[in-house]
Design a protein around this ligand. Structure first.
Ligand code: GTP
Ligand code: MG
Length: 207
């Protein structure tokens, strides 16, 4: 099967509610994580563009559900972040609802990539999100962002801390990543190609 060309990326739409989700039938990968963890930056890095998804040093940048098509084969979905203290309660509830609604209802959702900052122990919100991912029936996939911000000597310890806190077993995918340094990009590409071709095989065998 042809490899996905990640350079062929375009925005499909930006929405706030389910009835406006695009009616596409390609598989989707959603990116979830705390505000400012680097979800939008990861998407930009994967497609080698600076500004396909909008990023900001101020947490709370992404406040909508954003759909991007990749090579007519699959979609990436950039969601608002959670856990940002300075957002109003009303706003938080609105975003929470947007995230939950998307994860619970999107039938084309193939996999959820949860992002955590490699420097920190995953928060209570991160653990709640991981539980929700499992509850929705998805196999956990974790990307540990901002790898460039730690020393090499800290890497194993931080990965251990993340695995332990999120209760990931040793076979669960956990990829250290840096959008700043393009580190882990090839690994994420390879993993997406792998799950995409698995999904396509499954679809073929259903026909
Ligand atoms: P929300 O949309 O608010 O939920 O945030 P987000 O998760 O989309 O984060 P975003 O991609 O906007 O990045 C937040 C900040 O972290 C920006 O200033 C990025 O430049 C920075 N950032 C993201 N990834 C990395 C990384 O790998 N290394 C470093 N050093 N900074 C990063
Ligand atoms: Mg964002």
């Amino acid at each position: 099967m042809d490899k996905i060309n990640f350079l062929k990326a375009e925005i499909i739409t930006t929405v706030t509610r389910e009835k406006d989700y695009p009616k596409t039938d390609v598989p989707e990968i959603a990116f979830v994580g705390r505000s400012n963890v680097g979800k939008s930056s990861l998407i930009n890095c994967l497609v080698s563009r600076k500004n396909l998804a909008r990023t900001s040093g101020t947490p709370g940048k992404t406040a909508t559900v954003n759909f991007y098509n990749i090579n007519d084969k699959l979609n990436f979905v950039d969601l608002p972040g959670y856990g940002y203290a300075k957002v109003s309660k009303v706003e938080k509830e609105k975003w929470g609802k947007m995230i939950d609604e998307y994860l619970a209802k999107r039938e084309t959702l193939l996999r959820i990539f949860q992002l955590v900052d490699i420097r920190h122990k995953p928060s209570v919100d991160d653990c709640t999100m991981m539980d929700w991912v499992r509850h929705c029936g998805y196999v956990p996939v974790v990307i540990a962002t901002k790898l460039d911000k730690i020393k090499k000597s800290q890497l194993d310890g931080q990965l251990e801390l993340i695995r332990g806190t999120l209760k990931l077993d040793k076979d669960s995918v956990l990829i250290p990543f840096s959008a700043e340094k393009n580190a882990g990009k090839e690994e994420v590409h390879a993993f997406i190609n792998e799950i995409y071709s698995e999904a396509m095989q499954y679809e073929d065998s259903e026909d």
